[in-house]
Design a protein around this ligand. Structure first.
Ligand code: NAP
Ligand code: MG
Length: 500
């Protein structure tokens, strides 16, 4: 189906069947305990279905299947061309099923169909294609030696990778990790977030159809404290890649230190700044970037630019224009292609976001738009909220809200903005608007974060590494050729050897 064709997504939703079991060793299976959890559509509070609640026993079964597959070599030692063919076939199957997958993603998460079509329909297949194409274009090295020897530097897959995922970009985060892990030749055990288990289960089925050998890709839906912790602690998992909160990321380091010292790649929270310097025109481009930087995906974005630093002398102009844009935002039914903001992922998360808004008001910030739940709908919606008079030290300016909240912090001098922007335990992303190339470079160099975007809110794309400084991440990076390194080890082979 052509994903550009306007479609009745409600009718597609009504015809969907949802995966409900774990995917282990190439087939759907119930959790060994028989336990199930209820999966909701957060935009309607309707029950989508019951899903296998995997625990440590199921993780054991998945890890055993992954290890057997890895040792057998049908994937880990397959030719580069064979692995590439499978990933390209998977990309094609994902494109073929893009609309159904996008609708499933929207129902499961409350995200807008427009974003799901873009992420699931374009970005996700592109990831498998890009990493598939990379497989037979990646070379090892030969070190300089005298001619009696040859020193080869080769990369080998690490083994079994545990991938633990968040709910805000369910299939996209799966693709960010799965595509390079599979390209490297690893076997994987994936735990989706309990709120959004569906699309990665469907992807596993499509991967089998594409020819991925049994046991290479296993999916264990379930809860963090059971399935997630088991992945962190299994000695037979060789590497973990995690995206989620900083608190849970820290737990994975503890699990690793108490088990097999597996390396842990962490992509975690943020409190990213959006900085408007006084030479930047406050035009439509700046304003629409400011609003989407804070509110896109309902603010449920690790690199959301919630802290917006604006020159005191330009604040009224900035706020007037931002408020006009926010007032025009269409919030509501995620399956309506006109909708720009959907639901929060769960009732718990809606409560958490509303709690932050109350705290902001209590600490003296002033709500100038939104400021509460969106009434009249059964789902878990929060109105797009703008705070004026936010002070740098307030809770809403230091803790990650992960909801549709934009806070304006006024400054007098650019260096004051730079100091406040940099002063955070997080360091994921920053945006700077200026027409002055010297200032742009100065800010880009001095901001302690993994991605800086100038004159545009952009998190980059498949080709550029993504990750955080400080408590936003470990040294590991997702995306780009850098991501492969998380799933490979480096071996040196000496033939002959240095004299001695
Ligand atoms: P989360 O609570 O940290 O959950 C992430 C994953 O960890 C989920 O699969 C979760 O399972 C699992 N988990 C929870 N408790 C666990 C435990 N005790 N042991 C092992 N695993 C556990 O985060 P979230 O609520 O899903 O996502 C929001 C957070 O992710 C935000 O803080 C955001 O900034 C961050 N994030 C970061 C990035 C990035 O690239 N840096 C991208 C997206 C999101 P259950 O959900 O099943 O409990
Ligand atoms: Mg759900």
């Amino acid at each position: 189906m052509d994903i550009a064709t306007p479609t009745d997504y409600g009718a597609i939703a009504a015809g969907l069947t949802f995966p409900s079991e774990a995917f282990i060793n190439g087939r759907f299976v119930a959790a060994r305990s028989g336990a199930r959890f209820t999966n909701l559509n957060p935009a309607t509070a309707a029950i989508l279905g019951e899903v296998a609640a995997c625990d440590a026993d199921d993780v054991d079964a998945a890890v055993a299947a992954a290890r057997r597959a890895f040792d057998a070599g049908a994937w880990s030692r397959a030719s580069p061309e064979a692995r590439k063919d499978v990933l390209l076939r998977l990309a094609a199957l994902l494109r073929e099923h893009a609309v159904q997958l996008a609708v499933m993603e929207s129902l499961d998460s409350g995200k807008t169909i427009t974003d799901c079509l873009n992420e699931v329909g374009h970005e996700v297949p592109n990831f498998f294609q890009w990493y598939g194409e990379l497989i037979d274009k990646s070379f090892g090295k030969v070190a300089p030696t005298d001619e009696s020897a040859l020193a080869l530097i080769v990369h080998e897959p690490v083994g079994v990778a545990g991938l633990v995922l968040p709910w805000n970009f369910p299939l996209l985060m799966a693709a960010w990790k799965l595509a390079p892990a599979l390209a490297a030749g690893c076997s994987v055990v994936v735990k989706p977030a309990e709120q959004t288990p569906l699309t990665v289960l469907r992807l596993a089925e499509l991967a089998a159809q594409a020819g991925l050998p049994d046991g290479v890709l296993n999916v264990v839906p379930g809860f963090g404290e059971t399935a997630g912790q088991a992945i962190g602690r299994r000695r037979d998992i060789d590497v973990v890649s995690f995206t989620g909160s900083t608190e849970v990321g820290a737990l994975f380091l503890k699990y690793a230190s108490e088990s097999n010292l597996k390396p842990v790649g962490l992509e975690m929270g943020g409190k990213s700044p959006f900085i408007v310097l006084d030479d930047a025109p406050i035009d439509d481009v700046l304003v629409s970037n400011a609003v989407s930087a804070a509110l896109w995906n309902g603010g449920q974005n690790c690199s959301a630019n919630m802290r917006q630093f604006v020159p005191r002398s330009r604040k009224d102009e900035f706020l007037d224009k931002v408020l006009a844009r926010v007032a025009a935002l269409k919030v509501g039914d995620p399956l309506d292609p006109a909708t720009e903001m959907g639901a929060m992922v769960s009732a718990d998360h809606q409560r958490r976001v509303l709690g932050f808004i109350e705290t902001g008001i209590g600490e003296g910030a002033r709500v100038v738009a939104g400021g509460g739940a969106l009434e009249g709908l059964d789902g878990y919606f929060v109105r797009p909220t703008v705070f004026d008079d936010v002070a740098h030290g307030m809770t809403i300016a230091t803790e990650e809200i992960f909801g549709p909240v934009l806070g304006v912090i006024a400054f007098s001098e650019p260096e004051e903005a730079l100091r406040m922007a940099a002063e955070s335990v997080y360091g994921l992303h920053a945006t700077v608007f200026t027409r002055d190339i010297d200032r742009a470079l100065h800010f880009a160099r001095r901001l302690p974060c993994g991605t800086v975007s100038i004159n545009r809110f952009s998190e980059g794309d498949i080709k550029t590494p993504f990750g955080g400084y400080k408590r936003s991440g470990s040294l590991a990076r997702d995306n780009g050729t850098e991501a492969i390194a998380q799933y490979q080890q480096t071996k040196t082979i000496w033939i002959g050897g240095p004299e001695g």
